[in-house]
Design a protein around this ligand. Sequence first.
Ligand SMILES: *Cc1c(COP(=O)(O)O)cnc(C)c1O
Length: 392
Amino acid sequence: MSLDKRLGQRFLPYGANYLDWSDMHELREAIEHGVLFRYQTESESIASRLERRVAERLGAAHVLAVHNCTEALRLALISTRPRTGDLVHIPAVTFVAVAGAVLSSGLIPVLVDVDDSLSLDTTLLPPGTERVIVAHMEGTVAPLPQDVPYVVEDCAQALGATFPDGRHTGTAGYAGTFSFHHNKVLTSGEGGLVVTGDTDAWSTMRCYHDHGSARVPGRYPTWNADAHYGENFVTSEGVAAIQYQQFRHLDELLAGLERQHSIAMEALPDRTDLRVLPRAAGDVKISLRFRWESRELRDAAVASLTGRGIANWTLNKYVLPEHPVITGRRSLYGDGFPWSLAPDHPLMLSRDGFARTRDLLDRTLCVPLSPELSEQDQILSVKALRQALEAV
Ligand SMILES: *Cc1c(COP(=O)(O)O)cnc(C)c1O
């Protein structure tokens, strides 16, 4: 396959897709076993093995596999036993799933402006803040607020990232959530994990994710006298098997990203009107971030890259203060729940009405890195990128 083809074949390629029949040992095992329900297996389920493996690799005390990261966020929030209408501070620049998880849990999102790294600006949090979701966007490790009882780290785009002290993102707050959606670091199409160091929180989440039951694997569920209602977020052995297979490639993938990132940092043009934004050592280098001097130059770069078939994206789609889900305050409930519990004024925290953030985003452009390419192909692809940027 030509390089163009290999680079262009993945829609929004965050990571590589190591999907290959010859490598699907766990999936084969699940199919041959003939049981795809994790709580119906006589030996240890693949889902449990996955949870153990993730716990070891990330240094997390407890892991629970669910269907996607949005559910994982919901579980983390609900496990804090909030009151309906409680506030949850979230980044003003992130995927709308974060707001959706808050609202569908009966809680109210407060949009907090971001800092220069486009991560939630923790200095804007008012004293007494109880719940915050921090998102490590595009593998960029975001700072965590101090003295907030419930910090949930959304690591949907940051599997494998580490803080300067060496801890993995997702393990430093109250809970961390991960996605295996098609566009994430690893993929099983859809899939999610929640991790926590809090044993009680994990028990609560495990009950809630299985109809409120105190399930013993291999048996029909049972409910304790103090059971609360729940939902069904229990993962399938088939999905867990693919996640396990994907997880086997994590280190190779991270190394491939690091390699192409350093090739790019050496080779890309040094121009006064274009900055390649530096990345911290612990970031997952899923993309290169460029900052242009003006929006016009950024848009010209988008056209130049797109015209040459080089994948790229902007972050303007993540501006939640302008998202219809937020501005419309609509709900499927007849009484507008949970918006009906919130004051009418917009729940947003920014020093300048998000003007600085809008300006930064208007001048920012991202290009994905391709960890699965050989070093030679990575060098070629960076050359193609350099040419496209020089043409602007
Ligand atoms: C993708 C994404 C989610 C949602 O993940 P799903 O697994 O698709 O539910 C949440 N937060 C961020 C930052 C994401 O990028």
